[in-house]
Design a protein around this ligand. Structure first.
Ligand code: GUN
Ligand code: FE
Length: 420
């Protein structure tokens, strides 16, 4: 049941890409799961609403993780000695193969789901594996958390180990089965998930594009992450103008598509992403760990691209969106210093906007406390970051990003439901 209540605390959310709105010890009102805005005093019409008193704590809209791999959570923070293609073959595919066994999936997904529930993430776009039954197990578990998630059964029919190579027909049929299965959920939505061009034949991509159009289903994949990957795609699809062109030709780029990474988009690809209104999931920690490169995110933002943030577990080691936000700022500084002095580093305000409003817009009217938005909120307790100094709210948000492991999540609300 959607509830009516008020949260009191230090409320912070985005006014625009360059400005935060901050209200110290004020009140944000939730009515039937929808935000009614922030007030310095409780308006008369809401005076009967229950109050959650988080005086002095930080209250922000939830963070949206636009890209992560649930089955890879088991091996997070190991195996960072390789670049993408060798990393996939050495670590990732071996681990993902284990999800053919439901017992293994049960155990592994319990750990993943519990940790995601307790993180600062309120919504996420998640890759599962090729396995239909394990994907259903993941969906069932996520549904119970009341987090809002898109979950994709991965499609792979070439250039993969035998244990992860599907027959094209069964890849499509299992995807359709998952679409049917997900109709019973309130919180979990299906998303088409061709892993990336090297592991999907032209026929598979074409049929997924048709499926997406027919049933109006979102899409997630990887694009322009690594030099060897990009070269391989040009050899596999000699008919294409670019990597992004392959997805575009098969109708997989639209305003419900998320392309992870986009480190090396060329001008034609930038035009395709802009024209289609596709989302870019910037995954800074992953790009550092696999030595993939540094995406020119500030440039993408200034061009008006929809850029959100992803943790990319397990090429990213942590499921913390606060950490990912800090990493995005650090990476943009290195790029400015070492690669291109004309592209300024990202600012905290831009990163906050990407992690709340832009990521949130993939789910609808989400990511703000302005009246009319779905009510998601995370209450951050930063009292363990000891200091002799007293900090303003903006400084405390910055400290929460850089010292995320010292922060506790005191409470979390998704679409008006208190989930922790
Ligand atoms: N490209 C294709 N698969 C993957 C994956 O699992 N992780 C990352 N980072 N890139 C990919
Ligand atoms: Fe990924």
């Amino acid at each position: 049941m959607k509830r009516c209540f008020i949260i009191k605390g230090n409320i912070c959310y985005s006014e625009s890409k360059s400005k935060l709105k901050i209200f110290e010890n004020s009140y944000v009102v939730c009515e039937d799961g929808i935000s009614r805005g922030v007030f310095r005093e409780i308006p008369e019409r809401y005076k009967d609403f229950e109050i959650y008193d988080y005086t002095d704590k930080l209250v922000v809209p939830g963070f949206v993780d636009l890209h992560l791999h649930a089955p890879q959570y088991t091996f997070r923070a190991v195996g960072m000695d390789l670049e993408l293609l060798d990393w996939l073959n050495t670590y990732t595919f071996k681990e993902e193969s284990k999800y053919s066994e439901e017992k293994y999936a049960e155990k592994a997904y319990d750990i993943f789901v519990e940790d995601l529930k307790n993180s600062e993430t309120t919504r996420a776009c998640v890759f599962a594996t090729i396995h239909k039954d394990a994907t259903k197990i993941l969906m069932d578990k996520l549904e119970k958390t009341k987090l809002k998630t898109f979950v994709g059964k991965v499609n792979m029919d070439r250039n993969s180990p035998d244990s992860l190579t599907e027959n094209t027909d069964s890849s499509i049929n299992d995807t359709l089965d998952i679409l049917e299965y997900s109709k019973t959920f309130d919180n979990v939505f299906p998303i088409l998930t061709p892993r990336f061009v090297p592991s999907c034949s032209d026929e598979l991509l074409e049929r997924l594009g048709e499926t997406g159009e027919k049933f109006s289903i979102a899409v997630q994949s990887h694009l322009d992450e690594n030099f060897d990957e990009i070269k391989w795609v040009s050899e596999l699809c000699p008919w294409s103008n670019s990597y992004a062109d392959v997805y575009d030709k098969f109708n997989l780029l639209n305003d419900k598509s998320i392309m992870a990474h986009c480190v090396y988009l060329n001008d034609d690809e930038i035009s395709l992403i802009l024209k289609s209104n596709s989302y870019v999931a910037h995954c800074p920690e992953s790009n550092a760990n696999l030595a993939s490169g540094i995406a020119p995110i500030k440039k993408y933002l200034d061009l008006g691209m929809n850029v959100g943030i992803g943790t990319d577990i397990a090429a990213g080691s942590s499921n913390s969106m606060l950490k990912a936000m800090g990493e995005a700022i650090k990476m943009s500084k290195l790029r400015w210093r070492l690669v291109d002095n004309d592209i300024a580093p990202l600012e905290l305000e831009e990163i906050f906007y990407m992690a709340t409003i832009t990521g949130g817009s993939f789910f609808g009217k989400v990511g703000s406390f302005d009246s009319g938005y779905e009510f998601d909120a995370v209450v951050i307790d930063d009292e363990d970051i000891k200091s002799t100094m007293k900090f303003e709210v903006r400084d405390r948000i910055e400290r929460a990003m850089y010292l995320h492991d010292k922060c506790k999540i005191a409470s979390k609300f998704v679409s008006g439901e208190k989930i922790i």
